[in-house]
Ligand binder design. Structure first.
Ligand code: PLP
Length: 849
């Protein structure tokens, strides 16, 4: 019989073990190994069974065992020492407190998903894991950051595979009382967030708080009795429903999230954020709610927009237009007036209008709105920055892609969460430090034999874990049948192991390895140098194409001659990932370049001494150096997609056969693969620090949060007067711009044959219409050119105005000829204002000719 309801009865923990409760209540345990080991000591088998979840462990452990530990002086002392360490960690000054530069007193970080621990499954993939890692690194660095998201009753979904290889989804319901969450209360009363809906009802939400080290994470949850059933279901699952359901989730995240932050400030006295970070467009409505609050204070739309933009950071995560959230405009129009009362509909809708949509009837685009509401924007790897500048370039017409104000901060991964305990112990033995990201992993510092045996132990651990998962899946598919030996003995702990796990959208090309099945089969079954593959990944429930790919792969793994040499593990999640990355020798990634924004699984694998074998996309395009793995060449010039797949798969097979397998299997007199270990050491030594999430969060702080806070301060000066002035100035410039043009450009002063070091005199007559020279910057842009084509390698120099009249001004400059070769130049006019973050900000430019 199945229960209609479940709830969690918390165990009574003996007085002398109260420290355990305190440790379980803060998710810091999930990245602090001594505390994990403390919980593991309570009952190692149960710890694994409950999926490393302290609260579940304390609930399920035998009371007699707790009594035994309560009487064990050394255990009690260890628990108390860890509790004291946690308190110290929470209170002491850290990196952020020791910076010289001023920074924001609080940052609100909004994300539709957060992957923090296996025990709190509120994520679907890379976006959520990244958000979790961001919070943890922010905590470690001491950033005053508050996370805001939704609490999904069933998380994403649990994946099983049918006997026919088809993905089956189930939605096990989470019990928040059994999770490390507490209800945000004002006094005794739970805080209630409300959104007025067009049908007269109110969507209500309670707010869960999770302690992620020093960071508070707020999760809004509509599953409260005060809501009708359909409204209770708004936060039922992550990326579940379509249009209206998704819109309600995003309104709740953005608008409700701001209201939850205000409630937190009221009840906990924490400062309200000065900077707001949107992790993708899903949280974009937060900007509208912040504008609405300004309008309520009697501030006009333009001024409010400036006040909000200045302190907002937007991060784009997808170079795939299909990956962007778009809503039917009418649907958005229906919700805005009640959810965001007082917001002028036309202006709000215009924010989400795509640049090409001249009559404003197309979809409402959340990323476009995010970019318009954020004064600071970035992609998540250098290449992705470039791609994003092109993809969104239409928002800044007239500017070259490299001038589009979208920078990049390459993602990082939180080492303490992802580095295997065996690596940590190795670092401690070899260097006397558990900081695996910063110890000197170079040639002579770590014994090759020891490194190799740690890699083998991690591989063996993966093999065990995979066998358990395969056996469980077999038993589930065939109730009552006996799990055969080949499943129980799948994989080999001494064989070169390649891992491939990720979500399964088509661009990630799960089945590229099956392009030439015979050749792939030969690689897997090579008698001297066999290669085994461990594969995992979930397809979005609505994506049948992805499910077909999984099915195709699963069928391939079932060929009798390949059994146990290539396996598909169902239900990829954090728990599996933590065993999979360290257990692999090679991490494979073969997306269609440049559609992988960053890709973080390869980073996690590298930190555990795996070598990457990947298309030069995302982070790998930036970090591949020839000695830390292998680059699969992209066949960008191929005639069509099929041909491209064929060429790139052939390159993959070549690398596996001729480079990867020989390096792994060629053993020296000491029995060790010298070349391989050299590459592993090099990977650990050169990548670990750069791939860390602390590097990423420090970069966000220096390059985005601190400037955003400064900008927010600047526009708020004179009680918002500066923002008002900026808004009025922008309106004036926009109105006057059509008349602005370069009338004439003259150059003189260059000898008939110009030489390097000569100067070029550039003069221009510019008509500024209603504007004055103070409003603009006139510049000469020079660079290399081939036969009058686009300028490359450009440099810019400002021209100086002489007094003029009737709106016409004479500008001039002396340009030093610092480069030989074919040089071209042009003159252009840009808006100029001290409070602009970029001269491209308004998307206005007047170019000569
Ligand atoms: C890291 C991680 C991802 C994201 O990996 P990508 O390489 O970015 O696709 C997805 N799921 C889990 C469980 C992860 O740990």
């Amino acid at each position: 019989m199945k229960p209609i309801r479940t709830f969690t009865v918390r165990a009574v923990v003996p007085e002398s073990l109260q420290a355990l409760e305190e440790l379980a209540a803060n998710l810091r345990w999930s990245w602090h190994l001594p505390v994990k080991r403390l919980f593991e000591r309570i009952d190692p088998a149960l710890w694994r069974e409950v999926g490393e979840d302290p609260i579940a462990l304390l609930g399920d452990v035998q009371p007699s065992r707790l009594a035994e530990l309560a009487a064990d002086g050394s255990f009690v002392a260890d628990a108390e020492a860890q509790r004291d360490e946690l308190r110290r960690y929470l209170g002491e000054p850290r990196w952020y407190q020791q910076r010289d530069e001023p920074g924001p007193a609080s940052i609100g970080y909004f994300s539709p998903e957060f992957g923090i621990a296996q025990a709190l499954p509120q994520y679907s993939g890379g976006l959520g894991i990244l958000a979790g890692d961001h919070l943890k690194a922010a905590s470690d660095l001491g950033l005053p950051l508050i996370g805001v998201g939704l609490f999904y009753k069933a998380g994403y979904f649990a994946q099983a595979i049918s006997r026919d290889g088809w993905q089956l989804e189930s939605y096990p319901v989470l019990d928040p009382d059994g999770l490390p969450l507490t209800v945000l209360r004002e006094g005794e009363t739970p805080v209630e967030i409300g959104l007025d809906l067009p049908d007269g009802r109110v969507l209500k939400a309670r707010v869960w708080q999770a302690a992620v080290g020093r960071v508070t994470l707020l999760l809004l949850d509509t599953d409260v009795p005060e809501n009708d059933d359909d409204l209770r279901a708004v936060t039922d699952r992550l990326y579940g429903g379509g249009g209206e359901h998704r819109l309600l989730q995003e309104l709740l995240l953005g608008v409700g999230g701001i209201r939850a932050l205000a409630a937190l400030a009221r009840v906990a006295g924490t400062p309200t954020p000065e900077v707001y970070h949107m992790n993708e467009g899903h949280a974009g409505f937060l900007g509208l709610e912040r504008i609405r609050r300004r309008l309520e204070q009697g501030i006009d739309w333009g001024t409010a927009l400036e006040l909000v933009r200045a302190g907002t950071v937007f991060t784009t995560h997808t170079p795939v237009p299909a990956g962007i959230d778009r809503f039917e405009r009418d649907l958005v129009a229906r919700y805005l007036p009640t959810v965001l009362p007082g917001i002028p509909a036309a202006q709000a809708l215009a924010l989400g209008t795509e640049p090409g949509d001249t009559d404003g009837t197309g979809a409402f685009n959340m990323a476009i709105m995010g970019l318009r509401l954020a004064g600071h924007a970035n992609g998540v790897a250098k290449l992705h920055g470039q791609v994003s500048r092109r993809m969104f370039g239409d928002l800044w017409p007239g500017f070259d892609p490299d001038e589009v104000p979208i920078t990049s901060v390459t993602n990082g991964v939180h080492g303490p969460s992802w580095i295997d305990p065996a690596m940590v112990d190795l670092a401690e033995r070899s260097f006397g430090s558990t900081d695996t990201e910063h110890v000197p992993w170079g040639e002579h510092n770590v014994n090759g034999g020891e490194l190799w045996s740690v890699k083998r132990a991690m591989r063996a651990n993966l093999v065990d874990d995979a066998r358990r998962r395969l056996a469980a899946s077999w038993a589930e598919q065939r109730p009552g049948s006996i799990v055969p030996d080949w499943v129980l003995n799948a994989l080999d702990p001494d064989v070169l192991t390649v891992g491939f796990a990720r979500r399964v959208p088509t661009y990630k090309r799960l089945t590229l390895m099956l392009e030439d099945p015979e050749r792939f089969e030969r690689i897997l079954t090579d008698p001297d140098r066999p290669v085994q593959f461990v594969i995992a990944g979930k397809s979005h429930p609505a994506d049948d194409a992805g499910k077909h790919l999984i099915q195709q792969l699963v069928k391939f793994t079932e060929k009798p001659e390949l059994r146990g040499k290539i396996v598909f593990l169902p239900d990829y999640d954090i728990g599996m990932a933590k065993v999979l990355y360290p257990g692999c020798d090679v991490w494979l990634n073969n997306p269609l370049r440049p559609l992988e924004a960053c890709g973080t699984s390869g980073m996690k694998a590298a930190m555990n001494g795996a070598l990457n074998l990947s298309i030069l996309d995302g982070w790998w395009a930036e970090f591949s150096d020839g000695e830390n793995g292998w680059a699969i060449p992209s066949a960008d010039a191929a005639g069509d997609g099929d041909e491209r797949d064929r060429i790139e798969a052939a390159a993959l097979y070549d690398l596996l056969e001729h480079r990867v397998a020989p390096a792994f299997y060629d053993r020296g007199a000491d029995g060790l693969p010298g070349e391989w270990l050299g590459m592993v050491r090099h990977t650990l030594a050169t990548l670990s620090a750069d791939l860390g999430a602390d590097r990423m969060v420090a970069e966000y702080t220096e390059r985005l949060y601190a400037p955003a806070a400064a900008q927010a301060d600047a526009v708020a000066a004179a009680d918002g007067g500066a923002a008002g002035e900026l808004a009025a100035w922008k309106a004036k410039v926009r109105a006057a711009w059509p008349a602005v043009h370069v009338v004439h450009v003259e150059s003189a002063g260059v000898a008939a044959v110009p030489y390097l070091g000569d100067t070029l005199h550039v003069g221009a007559i510019v008509d500024l219409g209603e504007l004055s020279p103070d409003d603009v910057r006139v510049e000469v842009v020079s660079g290399r050119t081939k036969g009058g084509a686009e300028l490359t390698d450009v440099s810019r120099q400002e021209l100086v105005a002489a007094p003029g009249d009737e709106g016409q001004y004479r500008y001039s400059a002396e340009v030093a000829l610092e480069r030989a070769g074919r040089i071209g130049y042009t003159v252009r006019v840009l808006p100029r204002h001290a409070l602009l973050t970029s001269s491209a900000e308004l998307g206005l430019v007047a170019v000569a000719g």
